[in-house]
Design a protein around this ligand. Sequence first.
Ligand code: FES
Length: 361
Amino acid sequence: MCAAPNPPMAMLAELTHRCPLACPYCSNPTELAAKETELSTETWADVFRQAADLGVLQLHLSGGEPASRSDLVELVIAAREAGLYTNLITSGIGLNERRLRALDDAGLDHVQLSLQGITAEMADRIGGYTGGFKRKMHVAELIDQIGFPLTLNAVMHRENLDDLPATIEMALRLNARRIEIACVQFQGWALTNRAALQPRAEQVVEAKRTVAEAVERLRGQLVIDFVPPDYYSDYPKACMNGWGSTGLNVSPDGTVLPCHAAAIIPGLEFDQVQARPLRDIWYDGPAFNAFRGTDWMPELCQGCERRDIDFGGCRCQAMAILGDATAPDPVCRKSPGRATLDALLAEDRQGVEAPEYVYRR
Ligand code: FES
């Protein structure tokens, strides 16, 4: 029998799936929510109050592109009134000085700016949006002028991983306090584009060396978070710090998910925040209890010394690769599913030329 879960610490509010960019690694589901289905300003404000009452401390405002919501400032005001720490996860497109100053006045605490590449040519190609890089750099300058704490979110993959040293330098130039070097995780659109995005083995070795050197050199100046390429790891990531343990996601249409990709798991029953209190969903929702704790785990994970370190890994990855969300994450070297993952990796690495991207549209 599982112990009662703790309250969640963080909530990801996917305000919209609309986005001017079309990144082929987007973690949004391939079935995007239409604008007409998005929650209203008032409903989001109520969700933020419920989240704070439940124990949530940090609110991540995400998308799609959250700046595509014309009520973004009102939403930040509502979140701050609820007592939540607010982090805006944005491409920067749709923000200008007037809006950023309004967000500052509203009490926005932190900005996380995505970076597609270090040159306009690369960034605009990956983002599928001409002129995006120039606008993003302007927004980064404004963020610095206004004084928002900035995290640069650099999504790395086969096409831009060789630029990692210059990417870290760019974080310094933009006065970022933190850089998240996030090697693409294969969910949503990224899974569709896996073969094009999968880094080569030598890139992974070099990236690890670069990160280790930069962490030492920049200690006290820039915090570096590194999310390594999953398929090259020996053990799975502790996805969501364990299912239903610390965080929850609310989709643009109000569906409450234990992680952003959980909708790919068939048979799970998801609640809508319009129909059931968030507290009930967190503690008693069937989707949240499906893989909570350790009782659900297969024998291999139950008896493993890493059981309480990686919690069996990522359920959505087990589903995507093995077609079985109850299986151990196939990244794990001990897992029988690892052979399937290795076969995919070998397939991805065969082509010298990466396939064309399928852009998110
Ligand atoms: Fe769903 Fe990892 S993304 S459990």
